[in-house]
Design a protein around this ligand. Sequence first.
Ligand code: NAD
Ligand code: LMR
Length: 332
Amino acid sequence: MVYSQQSQAQTPVKVAVSGASGNIAYSLLWRIATGEVFGQDREVEINLLDIPQAVQAAEGVALELEDSALGLLSKVNVTDDANVAFDGVNAAFLVGAKPRGKGEERADLLKGNGPIFGPQGAALNSHAADDVRVLVVGNPANTNALIAANSAPDIPAERFNAMMRLDHNRAESILATKLDINTREIEQLAVWGNHSATQFPDLTFATARGKQLIDEVDQAWYTEEYIPRVAKRGAEIIEVRGKSSAASAASSAVDHMRDWVQGTNGAWTTVAVPSRGEYGVPEGLVFGFPVIAEGGEWKVVEGLELNDFQRERIQANIEELSAERESVSDLL
Ligand code: NAD
Ligand code: LMR
């Protein structure tokens, strides 16, 4: 094996992925192990975490990773112990959780999935590296991230994110199709709030080819078709595919962590981060905001003038996430 000078000089990035034998992980692991997140010159060591009943299947995934002869993958470990999985990790993808089925809302999963995230937050607190970045994917992602962050008092809360990049990518893609443009051309789009049917994909500031895109679409299409279509896309996938999104979720997790680590060069994206009170969002709620990434940190885009429609939609998300927080007060 030929190592670049840089990879010889740097120790591998240590990464944990929970839900390692599940659907999302089966796409995500290969993307991490081929340098798409931490760079083409950086080796990775990956810890696979799953529950005892699924550890054998996770061992099988590890064998397949080995069989792929990936030059950047220095080591794969498999465990059912979060304390082992999170030992020294620089990044953790918390995917392991039950997906919803047809007719369920993501919040219906809170009772079953919420209790996973307190112990995992505590294990990260005790064992992760000082620079750990945690991306919660398991649903309902925002409130699960809140629970995990709350159980990790020594890790800065902003290192716990919930994934809303899939919503962001859907919002770009559905808009690009409507306007017959490329997603790469769209700037300043964001999805506010909760990874739920209440989320607010906001076109107010979006531009492409020097145009304000809100002026390029019909208002009725925007409010009656576009917003609900983006917000309910997860349910549409479950209806059509028979299972919840997996490869697109993995792809969005890659986008999220890569941008967090490598930066966005001033471009906006969407991340759910613990609020510091921006735009009247109560402190601590893990809320989707327009952000840029710079120097390894997310920065919420501040100072935007919001109109009544935007405020109303954001308020609906505040109310929903506040109610979710209230409903898990025993876990906080
Ligand atoms: P899956 O059922 O295929 O896999 C889930 C895996 O998690 C299983 O291997 C299971 O054994 C494991 N698991 C369960 N409890 C665990 C625990 N305590 N510790 C470690 N592992 C545990 O599900 P999937 O399709 O991979 O989806 C995983 C989660 O991601 C679901 O909650 C789903 O709703 C959510 N999701 C979120 C988004 C998003 O945009 N935020 C997108 C898609 C899916
Ligand atoms: C998604 O948005 O695809 C995921 O959150 C899965 C779901 O339950 O919709």
